[in-house]
Design a binder for this molecule. Structure first.
Ligand code: UGA
Length: 425
C-alpha cells in the first residue's frame, strides 16, 4: 500500500521503516528541510536503535522517501498518518496546534478518497473535534473524500522499531467501517490481536495505558521507599509480586521516577481533561506529585550524607531512558538542578544525550567518559541504566575522592562493584 506520513519524528519514522519491512511504500512529509535531506541520504535524524539500518534498507528498496511537498505525497497515497507532536501547554493541557495545522494542510490537498489516520496521542474527542472538523470545513465529505481512523502507537523510545514490529495489540478506532477495513488490511501480516473500536475509545485506550503504566511505576517506587527504610530489597519484592499473572513483572522497576516525553504529559493531559469533564482524578494527581518527589530523592539522599556545597558530584546518565538521546523530563534534570542549587560542582557524562543536556545546563562540566566524570568526585549518582554503566567495576571508581555511589536505576552489578546504594532499595 502507499502511505503518506505527516511528521517525521521518532513515531513517524519508526512507522515508515516498520511498514517498509512489510513491503509498504511510505512518503514522509516534514517541515524541516535538513531532516528531509538526512532521511533521503539514509541518515537517521533521531537516535533510535535499528532505525537507521532499516531506513537504509527501505530507501534501497525504494520503499521510503521524504519530502516537504505534502500535496505530491498525498496524490500517490491511500492512507495518511498524522504523527506530529502533541505537547502540553503551560497549564498542563494538551496543545493541538500541530494536529490542527497538519489536518488543515491535508484538507487543502485531498483530491480523492484517503484514509486519514491520527497516530499522535490525542485526548478523547480531538480526532473528531479537530481533524474531522478541519477536513469538513474545507468542503471534504466524510465517507466520500476521506475516511477517518485513530490508531494509537505504543512505542517506547529506545525500542520503537521493535515495538512497532512486534506489538502486543493493534488498536483501530474508526469513524466508518470502510476506513477501518483499509487500515486493518495495511496491518495484515502483523502477528498481533486487532481491536476495532470507535475513535474516542481508541484515543482513551492510549491515555489509560500510559496512565496505568505511570501508576504501576509509581506504586513500585512507593513500595521501594518503604522497603528502603525497612532494609528490604524492593527488586526482590517486585520479582515476587510480578509473578502473579494478574500483575505481571513489567514496569515494576523502582527508581528515581519516570520521565520522558510521554508519561508526564499524558497523565497531566488526562488529569486536566477529567477535571474539565467534572471529575477530580485524585489518583492521577497523586501519581504526578509522588513522581515529582521521587525525581528529587537522589539529591535528598546525598544531602543526608554530606553538605553538597563545593563538592564535586559526578552524574552518570542524562537521557530519560537508555538507548535514546532524549532528555525531556529526565530524572537527571531534577538531580543536576538540585545539585547546583545546593552549591555542588557538577560533572556529567552520557553516551548519547550530552548535546541535548548541554542546551539546558551549559555551565556544568561535560566529561569525555564515565571514568573521566568520576575523577576526584566526592560522590556519584547514576540516573540512566545504560549498558555501558552496567559494565563498570570497582576499580573504575578508584579515582573518586570518596566512593559514595548512589544509583537511581539498579544499574550496577553487585559482583563487579563492591559498595553502592540504591535510591529506594
Ligand atoms: C511510553 C510507553 O511505554 C509507550 O508504550 C508509549 O507508546 C510511549 O510512552 C508514548 O506514549 O509514546 P516511553 O516514555 O518512550 O514509552 O518509554 P518507557 O520505556 O515507557 O519509559 C518511561 C519512563 O518510565 C522512563 O523514565 C523509565 O526509566 C521509567 N520506568 C519504566 C521506570 O522507572 N520503571 C519501569 O519499570 C519502567
Amino acid at each position: 500500500m502507499d502511505i503518506c506520513i505527516v511528521g517525521a519524528g521518532y513515531v513517524g519514522l519508526s512507522t515508515a521503516v516498520g511498514f517498509a519491512e512489510h513491503g509498504h511504500r511510505s512518503v514522509c512529509v516534514d517541515i524541516n528541510q535538513k531532516r528531509i535531506e538526512d532521511i533521503n541520504s539514509g541518515v537517521c535524524p533521531i537516535f533510535e536503535p535499528g532505525v537507521e539500518e532499516a531506513l537504509r534498507r527501505s530507501i534501497s528498496k525504494e520503499l521510503l522517501k521524504a519530502t516537504l511537498d505534502l500535496k505530491g505525497a498525498l496524490e500517490t497515497s491511500e492512507v495518511v498518518f498524522i504523527t506530529v507532536p502533541t505537547p502540553c501547554d503551560d497549564s498542563g493541557k494538551m496543545d493541538t496546534k500541530f494536529i490542527d495545522k497538519a489536518s488543515k494542510d491535508i484538507a487543502k490537498y485531498i483530491s480523492s478518497y484517503k484514509v486519514v489516520v491520527v497516530k499522535s496521542t490525542v485526548i478523547p474527542g480531538t480526532t473528531e473535534s479537530v481533524v474531522m472538523k478541519n477536513l469538513e470545513a474545507a468542503g471534504k465529505k466524510h465517507g466520500v473524500d476521506f475516511g477517518l481512523c485513530m490508531n494509537p502507537e505504543f512505542l517506547r523510545e529506545g525500542h520503537a522499531l521493535e515495538d512497532f514490529l512486534k506489538p502486543d495489540r493493534i488498536v483501530i478506532g474508526s469513524a466508518d467501517i470502510r476506513a477501518g477495513d483499509v487500515l486493518e488490511k495495511l496491518y495484515e501480516g502483523f502477528n498481533a490481536p486487532m481491536l476495532r473500536t470507535d475513535i474516542k475509545t481508541a484515543e482513551m485506550i492510549k491515555y489509560a495505558s500510559n496512565s496505568f503504566l505511570a501508576t504501576k511505576i509509581t506504586f513500585a517506587n512507593e513500595i521501594g521507599n518503604i522497603c528502603k527504610l525497612l532494609g528490604i530489597d524492593v527488586y526482590k519484592v517486585m520479582g515476587g509480586v510480578g509473578m502473579d499473572k494478574r500483575i505481571n513483572p513489567h514496569f515494576l522497576r523502582a527508581g528515581c521516577g519516570f520521565g520522558g516525553s510521554c508519561f508526564p504529559k499524558d497523565v497531566s493531559a488526562l488529569l486536566n481533561k477529567g477535571r474539565e469533564a467534572g471529575h477530580e482524578p485524585r489518583l492521577l494527581d497523586t501519581v504526578l506529585k509522588v513522581n515529582a518527589d521521587q525525581r528529587k530523592l537522589m539529591v535528598r539522599h546525598l544531602r543526608s550524607k554530606m553538605d553538597l556545597k563545593g563538592k564535586r558530584i559526578a552524574v552518570l546518565g542524562l537521557a530519560f531512558n537508555p538507548d535514546t538521546d532524549d532528555v525531556r523530563e529526565s530524572a537527571a534534570i531534577d538531580t543536576v538542578q538540585g545539585l547546583i542549587e545546593h552549591g555542588a560542582d557538577v560533572s556529567v557524562y552520557d553516551p548519547k544525550a550530552m548535546d541535548n543536556f548541554r542546551k539546558l545546563f551549559p555551565g556544568i562540566t561535560y566529561a569525555k567518559s564515565a571514568k573521566d566524570a568520576l575523577k576526584g568526585a566526592d560522590a556519584c549518582i547514576i540516573a540512566t541504566d545504560w549498558d555501558e554503566f552496567k559494565k563498570l567495576e570497582s576499580k573504575d571508581f578508584d579515582s573518586m575522592k570518596n566512593k559514595v555511589i548512589l544509583e537511581g536505576r539498579k544499574t550496577l552489578d553487585k559482583s563487579k562493584v563492591k559498595s553502592f546504594e540504591g535510591v529506594c532499595w
